[in-house]
Ligand binder design. Sequence first.
Ligand code: RFL
Ligand code: PHB
Length: 390
Amino acid sequence: MKTKVGIVGGGPSGLMLSQLLDLKGIDNVVLEKHSREYVLGRIRAGVLEHGFAELMREAQCGERMDAEGEIHEGFYISDNGKMQRVDLAGHTGGNSVVVYGQTELTRDLYEARDKMGGKVIHNAEDVSLHELTSDAPYLTYRDGDELIRIDCDFVIGADGFHGPSRKSIPKDVLTEYEKVYPFGWLGVLSRTKPVSPELIYSKSERGFALCSLRSQVLSRYYIQVPLSDNVEDWSDDAFWAELKSRLPADVAAKLETGPSIEKSIAPLRSFVAEPMRYGNLFLAGDAAHIVPPTGAKGLNSAASDIYYLYHAFVAHYQDGDDSGLEQYSEKALARVWKAQRFSWWMTTLLHDFPDNIPYDNRLQDTDMDYLFSSEAAMASLAENYVGLPF
Ligand code: RFL
Ligand code: PHB
């Protein structure tokens, strides 16, 4: 098989790039390790920046997002029971975010790929990347006993944190920056009415909690838990009781509880691999960088990578202009690091750090105090939350 762009990974990054390139007539193939049902079974991001929503529309995939997604012009921060609103629109000249689940967005991208006859190969086993520094890189994968080869001009590594793409780059070429946090998030999805129309990020002495949503009948809640906890340790009742104890009393009193339809623990990690290009391999999304979910920046950081790659490939194939490809790593990393800084900062502001010394806790309190007493600090939070320009 032969194509122009071989894409490893059929998550949101790979599918979005595939769709955008196909719309410009640039042939591509997506290789996904899992089945479609498996990919759509993962419950992940919920908050899209304005720039991501625009990219969905450009990919001709924005119809359902525009109909069913919710525009949020603010959210709440609760500090040990005291709730204050962050006015996103007011501090950014009218900007907002869209609350629309990654699962739905991925479903829309798959449907769009189907409609255009896009080549998305599921259950691709043993995907390997070859000859990446040559003009003729290729991918191989196994389909049962058969080994299949795909020759391409370029390879995109959009295979998430654990995929093979980043691992194909020699260790002496790649610098990895990593910070692991001493806690995870236990998340529950439930068919209940959300406790608040806008998200609540809650700092409390018992640890962090987040009230989020997917729709007016589907709620998503998270609590900070020690890394040693297992999801089996948490019954639904124990989860709801702990969540309530971390929310302001009037919010806790209104919380509608119900059976969990998904429950999982995600560790919190900050990670960046540099550079994001090796020969004719370009890394995108979680394959190159991870953030703790506190700032809702993971998927949104993937979106800016895809935006830069899309424009770089269009310039390459339509105008013979390689400057976008040459500048990709530097340009993408500049924005990636800003999302890293913001996600680290929001995580540090809101969580309980078991190893903090009293001095650290006083600084944390002062950070919160400063945020709610300074228009400049609030504007900075709002600017980052709605998303820095691509
Ligand atoms: P993905 O989604 O991991 O997709 C990678 C795909 O590659 C496939 N793959 C392979 N394919 C072929 N061969 C192999 N050997 C392969 N190995 C892996 C995988 O099966 C998969 O389908 O990466 P991508 O596309 O870069 O997308 C990134 C996002 O998924 C991620 O950044 C976000 O979900 C992060 N995130 C959030 N981001 C936001 O912007 N806003 C949020 O509100 C938000 N909340 C979250 C989150 C992530 C969370 N978890 C569970 C990590 C909340 C949580 C709890
Ligand atoms: C979610 O709804 O899953 C979500 C929302 C905001 C975050 C993280 C996760 O910061």
